[in-house]
Design a protein around this ligand. Structure first.
Ligand code: AMP
Length: 360
């Protein structure tokens, strides 16, 4: 099958690498020069809504997907008239806008933090209670903690974020952050990986552990995600991010309509990676009898600076580790690669994790 991927970052790269038997041909579209996936597939270097490119994809490809959720929804809607696009423009439209996403949570009776739409600084004054903490987030184009401002009780608010459309969220004093990686087939079968526990540094994911210490919440997470997947008639991988409250309940934070950084461990840690699961589902090849198996795994993001050969050799000498390099130049807070470690059991994993962190 010929598959177009809008966005040619490391997620597209790992989707292409997952097709080990080379069953498919890939074309990647990305306005940037030399993105990670361009080393593995034909790269069209244009904007995502370029008319000539959309026509070429409609003529040459059988299905399209994304590695970047902020592609132009109208362009995907146009493409959808000719070939299937998964996730659909409808799902993308919801996931690109925090207000639409939260409204869907509410409609489906999914617990989320209290939130208020904010269109100007007057709205902000109207909703703020000086004794509470909040996070102000732009409705669109916020990822890795970008376009967010923390509001602290009785502290002067200094932000120009309200020039954009925003939502104001009550701050959640959570115990942990977890994500559920789900995949839904063209025929509506849904498969779930075990909940992953995530740690962030400056709003950017730094480490993911699977299984999490919240397996008691797995059934709730699956039920919530099933409602979301079915309501959007979603096909492919969807990741739902949650806070675990102090009372041990799930509070939905946001959704990623694509493969996700918290699922990178599945390449070595599961019998089917999130990348292959996504490609198989959009191409109609996801096995209906699939049962997801995994080994305890931890993933560390390599941010800002590459890891030296010396450190990598030290890690390889003592642990089962796998390095993924995204072929990117160093830049502050940039995701340059990741390392996965897998272990026989969770206790050993946690012990090794601390030792690996010391070396990193
Ligand atoms: P997001 O882009 O919504 O995933 O936010 C990035 C990170 O900011 C999350 O992973 C949390 O660590 C933190 N965060 C976001 N929203 C809230 C909230 N309402 N309460 C507490 N922390 C939050």
């Amino acid at each position: 099958m010929k598959i177009a991927i809008f966005g040619a970052g490391q997620l597209a790269m790992m989707m292409i690498q997952a097709d080990k038997d080379k069953k498919h041909d890939f074309i990647v579209i990305d306005p940037n020069p030399n993105p990670p996936a361009s080393h593995y597939a034909e790269h069209i270097q244009t904007e995502y809504d370029d008319a000539t490119t959309l026509n070429k994809i409609a003529n040459d490809c059988e299905v399209a997907t994304i590695d970047f959720e902020n592609v132009c929804v109208d362009a995907m809607r146009k493409l959808e008239k000719t070939i299937p696009v998964h996730p659909s423009s409808h799902a993308l439209e919801i996931c690109q806008d925090r207000l639409k996403e939260k409204s869907l949570f509410k409609k489906l009776d999914i617990k989320t933090t209290e939130y208020y739409p904010i269109n100007n600084s007057n709205d902000l004054e109207k909703h703020i209670d000086n004794n509470k903490s909040y996070i102000l987030k732009s409705r669109r184009f916020g990822y890795d903690g970008k376009n967010q401002y923390r509001i602290i009780p009785n502290k002067k608010i200094e932000t120009d974020l309200t020039k954009k459309e925003c939502i104001l969220e009550e701050f959640v004093d959570f115990d942990a952050e977890v994500s559920l990686i789900c995949v839904r087939s063209l025929t509506g079968n849904i498969f779930y990986y075990p909940l992953v526990e995530n740690s962030h540094t400056n709003g950017i994911l730094s480490m993911s552990i699977c299984p999490s210490s919240y397996s008691n919440l797995q059934a709730d997470a699956e039920e919530i995600s099933r409602r979301l997947l079915e309501s959007m008639n979603y096909v492919g991988v969807l990741v739902v991010e949650f806070f675990v409250s102090k009372g041990n309940t799930l509070i939905a934070n946001e959704m990623a309509p694509r493969v996700h950084n918290s699922g990178h461990w599945t390449i070595e840690g599961a019998n089917i990676s999130q990348f292959l699961a996504h490609i198989n589902s959009i191409s109609g090849e996801l096995n209906n009898d699939l049962s997801i198996d995994y080994m305890p795994s931890v993933m560390f993001n390599i941010l800002s600076e590459h890891i030296s050969n010396k450190k990598m050799n030290m890690l390889k000498n003592d642990y089962d580790v796998f390095l993924h390099d995204y072929h990117k130049a160093e830049r502050k807070d940039r995701k340059l690669g990741h390392i996965t470690h897998i272990s026989k059991n969770r206790d050993e994993l946690i012990q090794n994790m601390d030792a690996i962190l010391d070396i990193l």
